[in-house]
Design a protein around this ligand. Structure first.
Ligand SMILES: Cc1ncc(COP(=O)(O)O)c(C=O)c1O
Length: 405
């Protein structure tokens, strides 16, 4: 059973029923949020009952929008490890550092959280075809979950899409189309196609349920810290959905009384230098981000030239006293290597931007060296193998003894 009551826009307050498919039509950067009967949840559910639930995001089923257990579409996503990172922390001067390793999810990225919950709810609401533009990771993920749910999925991807994501999408049977020129028009292309063909648009923040899946990152961070909020969260930001979702999760836990009332963790946003509309808007003190014209990023995520979550992310940044920083492509590849060498966690380059941002936030004094900080490693480096430079390695033959270097 779900305690979902209705949907409500965060800026204009428009209230919509949750028992039929709804899309976000707010032109003002508002988010159509799923709302729950938190008082009833407080009476019926406890931290202890959650702890005895499944080792997946479905342990938070009461706080998710899916009514009927039979409609859950799962590949066992979520409940990813929160690894302490003392060696990396020591090198950057952060004594309480954690890495939330989202690369352990079924498709290799955190996108699976949004896909699992939203596909489940969409199937429950009778939606049959879903469509979106995706730089790749979401395309791969939604392809897999749509296949498992028996839904039809249309993925519009860019021409530098990661081979891993492309294979996931195509092998899963999704209708996969490559946009060969300007990616900034991908959203408009999907919006037109959705109208023409009667598909359901699952693009970033177009509907309310992806956020519901991804807010479980916020729940897990707190539960894994012993039902405590961290002091700061460093998040690699594209469209903004993940950051918004994590903070929805934090707020709900506070409203339920499951974590102590107090200031929300500082949000530290990281973006590639070649697509940093949110960092630029934050530095200029603006409420909204302007379109980023000259996209120059590595293949993979963080390609959102007009982030749909700009207003909400900028609000969180300001409300929490956070910071927003860029990382060059080379810095990101270097930072991925640093994380692997020190902690053995293999992040995708998008995730490694968080380490670059953390170093800058420590230097600026935005984050204190003793603070409890969580780096979101949103995807596995295995998804991005082709993006890493080919390593130079020693070669030998069977007649030559190995030497120690
Ligand atoms: C690996 C990875 N991390 C982070 C993001 C950021 O997504 P969002 O800001 O929409 O949560 C993306 C997508 O762009 C991604 O593919």
């Amino acid at each position: 059973m779900s305690y979902l009551t209705h949907l409500q826009c965060t800026t204009c307050g428009t209230r919509l029923p949750a028992d039929s498919p709804q899309i976000n039509i707010c032109a003002d950067g508002g988010i159509l949020e799923a709302c729950y009967d938190l008082d009833q949840i407080r009476r019926d559910v406890s931290k202890e009952s959650i702890a005895s639930g499944p080792s997946s995001l479905w342990r938070y089923g009461a706080l998710l929008p899916v009514e009927d257990l039979a409609n859950r579409v799962s590949l066992s996503e979520g409940w990813t490890p929160m690894l302490s990172a003392p060696a990396l922390g020591a090198t950057v001067g952060c004594s309480n550092l954690y890495i939330k390793d989202e690369g352990r999810n079924p498709s290799g990225t955190f996108k699976d959280r949004g896909a699992a919950v939203a596909v489940s709810r969409m199937r429950e609401l009778g939606i049959t075809t879903i469509a979106h533009n995706s730089s790749g990771n979401a395309a791969g993920s939604w392809g897999l979950y749509a296949a498992r749910a028996g839904l039809r999925c249309v993925n519009l991807v860019p021409d530098d899409v990661l081979p891993s994501s492309l294979q996931q999408s195509v092998l899963a049977g999704a209708q996969t189309v490559m946009l060969t020129d300007q990616w900034k028009f991908s959203g408009a292309l999907v919006a037109d196609a959705v109208k023409t063909h009667g598909w359901f648009n699952i693009g970033t923040l177009k509907e309310p349920y992806r956020v519901e899946g991804k807010k479980t990152m916020g729940y897990e961070i707190c539960e894994q810290l012993g039902w405590k909020l961290p002091d700061a969260v460093v998040y690699p930001t594209g469209g903004g959905l993940g950051a918004i979702a994590i903070y929805k999760g934090f707020r709900e836990l506070m409203a339920l009384g499951w974590v102590k009332e107090g200031p929300l963790p500082k949000l530290i946003v990281s973006q590639y230098e070649g697509c940093a509309p949110i960092v630029r808007a934050f530095q200029q003190g603006k409420d909204r981000a302007e379109i980023w014209e000259n996209l120059d990023v590595l293949p993979g995520g963080l390609k959102s030239t007009t982030p749909p979550g700009d207003r909400a992310v900028l609000e969180i940044l300001r409300d929490t006293g956070g910071g927003a920083y860029t990382a060059t492509n080379d810095e990101s590849i270097g930072a991925a290597g640093e994380i692997v060498r020190t902690e053995g966690v293999f992040p995708c380059p998008e995730s490694a931007t968080t380490l670059v941002a953390l170093k800058k936030a420590l230097t600026d004094g935005i984050v204190d060296g003793k603070a409890t900080v969580v780096l979101l490693s949103t995807g596995s480096g295995l998804k991005s193998i082709d993006v890493f430079p080919t390593p130079e390695i020693a070669k030998t033959n069977a007649n030559t003894p190995l030497t120690s270097t």
